[in-house]
Ligand binder design. Sequence first.
Ligand code: GLY
Length: 393
Amino acid sequence: MSATSARRNSAVRVAVIGGGVIGLSCALELKRRGAEVVVYERGMEIGAGVTSRSAGMLGAAFEWSLEADELAMAALARQAGEMWPDFAARVERLGGGGVELSAEGALVVARTPAELDWLGGMAAACQARDLPVRRLAAAELKREEPALTGKVLGGLELPGDRQVDPQKLLLRLGAALGKSGVGIRMGRAIERVQIASGFQMQDGDKFERVVLATGAGSKPRFVSWQGDVLETGLPDIVPVKGQMLALAPVAGAPKHVVHARDVYIAPKARWVLVGATTERGKADTGVDPDQIARLKAAAVALAGRLADAPEVTAWAGVRPGTPDDKPLIGETAIPGVFAAMGHYRNGILLAPVTADVIADQVLDGKVSGLAKPFSPGRFDKPAKAPHSRSSKH
Ligand code: GLY
């Protein structure tokens, strides 16, 4: 960013509604480019929605390689993965501590001939999309990750699919925003925004632009000075519940993120996360012991030492889905109101790239080729049916 650009943006006041990883990352980038930014968070903690309940996997290759028609999504995810090391370094420097960005990538295992075919398709798709991938024979896979004790026929290494600890990330992002001079107003559910030469929040503060970074809950209504409700044109966010188990770290647990078709294992310093269910249309955060037991059994079948790991806790998060499961990034039908939402399974991965393209649009009116396919206005045309997530746990 040039000094001129920072000066040009210095007078722009932006309200970011939603203090999850996307809202916080957008706020940090907008501030870096010279805007004056306030984040409104409905809860009493940042990231209390889905961010703190996520596994923190940066799964650019795993999540998108197999979606045949999702080249734009793969490109966005790849760019996000490439931005992560610099993003993490900035957050760590400003936030005063680490986010546990892993050095190693993820492993994907096949236990049956059908799963080997699935891996073959994933490897070919990664190559076609320039996503780093390495095929591993069963013996190589076990050498790479000795914690894998179950029967495996082969695997993949996805070196670009790293991970972070989401709770540490939130802690550091919060500190980074404070240090950068971004205001964070907690316990402020914004239900109504008054439009009158700018955007007025319920606390009376006025802004020239608004970024909506809300999750699966409700969005604010925008009301004109005559009292008319103005439509953003945004589709409803679809709740997709995910249940997850945290096991105590034990000797012999995996060091890598390990994906199988029905489960993933994401080891952090403090615990080993095992996830996750995908329950479309469910917005509650209740935990079903049978689902948790199924996840644990699937993880233990892969990595036997996890059988000895005490269960620390289990929880559910509600992913923000969209009609096509791709994010909404860009200006809404109300000029000056931007969406950065609906990141479904990939909020943490996509945070730095979303922040970058949103800042381009909010401050400079520039819509990059990378961002165009994610315009919130795309549902003016009939939406395609959601792509199948049946290959994902
Ligand atoms: N990104 C993994 C999940 O949503 O469960």
